[in-house]
Design a binder for this molecule. Structure first.
Ligand code: NAI
Length: 321
């Protein structure tokens, strides 16, 4: 079938792929011809301990059951990311695709959260992805090809009780991806985020069984493969997915309120008066709700604000011009 998305000869690093979602990705890439580095330090959900078994089992499964190509790497993304990329280069000669998937949880209410637990979660998710990308980036730029997927979470986008550390790390990965997408664009490096919900040791004790049943990780993997395929041009997108539902999440800026360019109109009282308009997402005659994707999307608003005549009477909205 000419529509088959092949990964023949592509080299993929998937962090934390000794279990959970990453394992399913690794198998799917290998089934489609990719050469896979299965990285996993094999620790507990909290990130404690170290065991080469997790990665070894997935590599054996790929080799024996699927006759695919894979090697194991047991380094932590937090302190040996370069060696993870080196495993790809020394075994397969290149690095095409990085899936930042390794993760841990250290949940507790913010009131009880220690600095160590905050730092360790940031370290694995966010600093780990930074280190991996930093090591892979020069290769991707040089070969003018690269695909990166960062794993975010609903907790990162929307917040979740007990996950201040995890939320901060996960939304950090979104901002990180957004900038890499811009800097990598002309080198044909595409960078996207997924926001999954799936059955794994991370969720099996939190989500009720009847919902868990719908959350097969096999429903997440196809999107990761799609986003990292050479024919996929999508970049800078956030894909939210679970249970077979796939969608994009984007930023939205309200149509808002422009105040006249006079110091007297920029008062807290003026904001109090116009609060409803500031947070209004309905289009206004001269000012529309926007979905910004870059800094310069502000320019037209700044321009509009400049066009307003000075007026010391307080705020007027642009539509009263
Ligand atoms: P999981 O716990 O089965 O997989 C995470 C893997 O990362 C584990 O195998 C673990 O050993 C490995 N790992 C942890 N620290 C590491 C380190 N420093 N270096 C290398 N490997 C390390 O959990 P799951 O659910 O498969 O999670 C995969 C990713 O998806 C994580 O980033 C998680 O935060 C994210 N995620 C999962 C959701 C879900 O519903 N399962 C929801 C939203 C995000």
């Amino acid at each position: 079938n000419s529509n088959t998305l092949s990964f023949k000869d592509r080299v993929v690093v998937i962090t934390g792929s000794g279990g959970g979602l990453g394992r399913v990705y690794a198998i799917e890439y290998a089934k489609r011809g990719a050469k896979v580095v299965v990285n996993d330090l094999g620790g507990s959900l909290k990130g404690e301990g170290h065991n080469s078994r997790a990665a070894d089992i997935v590599v054996s499964e790929i080799r024996e059951k699927y006759k695919g190509t894979a090697v194991a790497n047991y380094d932590s993304v937090t302190d040996n990311a370069e060696s993870i990329i080196r495993t790809a280069i020394s075994n397969f000669g290149r690095i095409d695709i990085v899936v930042n998937n390794a993760g841990i949880l250290r949940d507790s209410s913010f009131a009880k959260m220690s600095e160590a637990s905050f730092a360790s979660v940031i370290d694995v998710h966010l600093n780990g992805a930074y280190k991996l990308c930093k090591a892979a980036w020069p290769y991707m730029r040089k070969q003018k090809f690269g695909r990166i997927v960062n794993t975010c979470s609903p907790a990162g986008l929307y917040g979740n009780f007990g996950q201040a550390n995890y939320s901060a790390a996960k939304l950090g990965l979104v901002g990180f991806a957004e900038t890499l997408a811009k800097e990598g664009y002309r080198y044909n490096i595409r960078v996207n985020c997924i926001v999954p919900l799936a059955r794994s040791r991370m969720t099996e004790r939190i989500i009720p069984p009847h919902i868990l049943k719908q959350l097969a990780p096999e429903k997440i993997a196809p999107m990761v493969l799609y986003l990292t395929h050479e024919d996929t041009d999508a970049t800078n997108v956030i894909i939210e997915l679970a249970a077979g539902f796939y969608s994009q999440v984007r930023w939205e800026r309200s149509s808002g309120q422009i105040f006249n360019p006079s110091p007297k109109s920029y008062t807290s009282e003026a904001i109090l008066n116009k609060w409803d308009s500031i947070v209004d997402y309905r289009d206004k005659p001269f000012n529309k709700t926007q979905h910004p994707v870059q800094l310069s999307d502000y320019n037209y608003l700044i321009q509009k604000a400049r066009e307003l005549p000075p007026n010391d009477q307080g705020s007027t909205s642009i539509e009263s011009l």
